[in-house]
Design a protein around this ligand. Sequence first.
Ligand code: DAH
Length: 339
Amino acid sequence: MDSKIEQAFEKARSFKPSSPDELERYRIELLGKKGIITELFNDFKKLSPSEKKRTGRILNDLKNYVQQKIQTIGRELSEKDHYTYNIDLTLPANQLQLGSRHPISIVRNEIIEVFARLGFTISEGPEIEDDWHVFSALNFPLEHPARDMQDTFFITRDPDILLRTHTSSVQVRVMENTSPPIRTISPGRVFRNEAISARSHCIFHQIEGLYVDKNVSFADLKQTLEYFARELFGEETKIRLRPSFFPFTEPSGEMDVSCRCRGEGCRLCKYTGWLEVLGCGMVDPNVLASCKIDPQVYTGFAFGMGIERIALLKYDIKDIRMYFENDIRFLNQFSGTLQ
Ligand code: DAH
């Protein structure tokens, strides 16, 4: 019996299974129903009580040794299996999902940067406004259609509290609170009671510009806008000013920029060679006076543009509703844009 145990020990020690299958065979050979150790335990039952005491201890040592070895090797093999067999190091790593800036933010930041280079600061104002800042101080006559419920979202009437229809309201707030020289732009969200279509939306974004000082002239306005157009649309860009009307500027104009088709005519410019970009003019003396700035001493220019429209022209976007739908296929096209 002793020599049989010694042989079994020898076998248990020398065996080095290198795969889970081999390990299982090793286990069955030693501990299985007909395994060497199981047989030894059967023989053990036939021993006399005095022999049992000594042999039992050795047999148990053997069994423990084998169980321990199976456990340890089993763990090693499964780790090895995990690291060497299940991981394919040639697979590409998981991609980090980085978002992208919204095209409206990209273009807004770009416009802000252009005017910042000319010394314009940024001013903000409330989206919920009163009649004074949106209409009255800006020289809108009482019967103006913008004051109509069909055009403007009113929250209350009398006193008239409403969602601002343009960022020109910030112009009033700045002039009321600062004395010239004033050089500022105001980006922000505006609201109009309009049916949603490919061309118009009830929510959109504008940037208002205002410059008030002594001796500010229309030439300053034109020069500023020309610089802006070239910075935003490219060195080659030409501008054109057409006469227009706004209650808060006199004279008023609308600025077009030359289309990328260089006048050859394309769908974007509707074969005119020009793209309408913004409204502008010299601040009406009535508006300066409403804001307690002396129109005898100071003059100023102002302009306002829709960010959606500028982005639409820059990126050739066909439908204004795309800005608001959050379709990832649309938004992903702007990833990698640093602005
Ligand atoms: N507030 C005008 C609009 O929403 C845009 C505008 C035109 C702003 C001329 C101005 C300006 O400051 O001078 O259509």
